[in-house]
Design a protein around this ligand. Structure first.
Ligand code: TXA
Ligand code: MG
Length: 365
């Protein structure tokens, strides 16, 4: 699907052009506070289908719809659990998506066969202006090719979607840097389908709950034709093209054995850590992210994308928040076991990194 040149543009003219394209049923990449989105008029089925085509996204993975306010969200949805209302007033505008019953006012492709819609009120001023000017609810998944790391700059979008879309509105780097927290409701109880910078602890605090369900380990077979409970839970996702492996700071021996192993024989290894490592990795391209995981989240995808290049043999990423855990990390199943023991942002980033380090399913190799 070649549509010619892709233009990157910023400023008021770019915003006006984006609104015009969206009204005409075209797709446009737009900045949000989390990651760049690939937007289309959520009430125009042909326009929404173009999102799936441009991203090569499986048709059974529903899209998030962006609106200006909770009142707009209410217009597109059926009845809300009480906890949904509390979360909307606590965290909107912001990086929270609520899965609510659909009022069936959107193009069917948005919900991908589910009786619900994912809705978010974004905070980014450019995205809000585009919503105002286009006067439409905007369906927008992350503006990457399906399965790849989400884009946090206009250049990242261009890398993935060059020639497949006409316009990328440049709003600089996304401040949050990882995708919104996705919360659904099962028997009126909130369930975190995708952890995010609004953490389980934040949601519990807002709702006065002692605990909340986070089915991080829901793994659904990739390529399945069934509607999925929340398809972002597919195992491999947010993934660089280079083989990606995790290590724990408490197990330097494991990192060193990976650095010296066949994983890294065909080139330089890339290493991403959260803060300094006990020993500088020899002969590696090393990116040290901030120890503060909120700040690190803002830079993580940029780091993963910058190491995803031909001269890098494998990307080795620290599983954050494991400093205190004295577990050997050589065995992937042990890393799985560690995730439920993490909390706050460590748990959030571990979820993304787990998915980034899953092997590609056969069909994608
Ligand atoms: O921060 C974000 O959420 C970004 C920006 C652009 O807003 N968007 C984003 O969209 O990350 P996407 O499509 O990459 O991720 C949306 C997630 C997917 O895991 C999808 O399966 C889930 O939300 N989702 C959307 N609608 C849903 C629904 N009705 N039921 C369950 N899950 C849903
Ligand atoms: Mg995505």
């Amino acid at each position: 699907m070649v549509i010619g040149e892709t233009q990157i543009a910023g400023g008021p003219d770019a915003i006006d052009m984006a609104a015009l394209y969206l009204q005409r049923g075209e797709v446009v990449a737009v900045p949000t506070e989390t990651v760049y989105g690939l937007a289309a008029d959520a009430q125009n089925q042909d326009a929404v289908v173009k999102i799936f085509q441009a991203k090569n996204r499986p048709a059974n993975n529903p899209l998030i719809t962006h609106v200006l306010s909770a009142a707009h969200a209410a217009h597109l949805t059926g009845s809300w659990p009480k906890s949904a209302r509390i979360l909307a007033s606590a965290f909107w505008p912001g990086p929270l998506t609520l899965i609510l019953p659909s009022a069936e006012k959107l193009a069917p492709a948005v919900s991908a066969g589910l009786p619900t819609v994912g809705i978010r009120v974004p905070a980014h001023p450019i995205m809000r202006t585009i919503l105002e000017k286009s006067e439409r609810p905007l369906a927008a998944p992350s503006a990457n090719t399906s399965g790849h790391v989400s884009p946090t700059t206009a250049e990242h979008v261009l890398t993935d979607l060059r020639g497949r879309i006409k316009l990328i509105v440049d709003g600089g780097s996304c401040a949050v840097g990882i995708e919104s927290t996705v919360v659904g409701f099962e028997d009126e109880q909130p369930v975190i389908y995708r952890p995010g910078i609004i953490t389980a602890e934040d949601i519990q605090g807002a709702l006065g709950l002692a605990g909340i369900s986070t089915p991080v380990r829901h793994h659904v077979a990739q390529g399945s034709e069934q509607p999925l409970p929340s398809p972002g839970l597919l195992s491999r996702h947010y993934a660089p093209h280079r083989p990606t492996h995790l290590f724990m700071r408490s197990d330097v021996a494991h990192l060193e054995s990976m650095l010296g192993s066949r994983l890294t024989r065909s080139g330089r290894p890339g290493v991403i850590s959260f803060g300094p490592l006990p020993r500088t990795p020899d002969n590696a391209s090393w990116i040290m992210l901030p120890e503060d995981l909120y700040h690190a989240a803002g830079e993580l995808y940029r780091a993963m994308r910058s190491l995803d290049r031909d001269d890098i043999s494998a990307i080795l990423i620290e599983l954050p928040g494991t400093r205190q855990l004295s577990i050997r990390s050589g065995d992937a199943s042990e890393i799985n076991d560690v995730i439920p023991r993490l909390s706050g942002m460590a748990r959030v980033l571990a979820d993304r990194l787990m998915r980034a380090s899953m092997p590609w399913p056969e069909a994608h190799r």
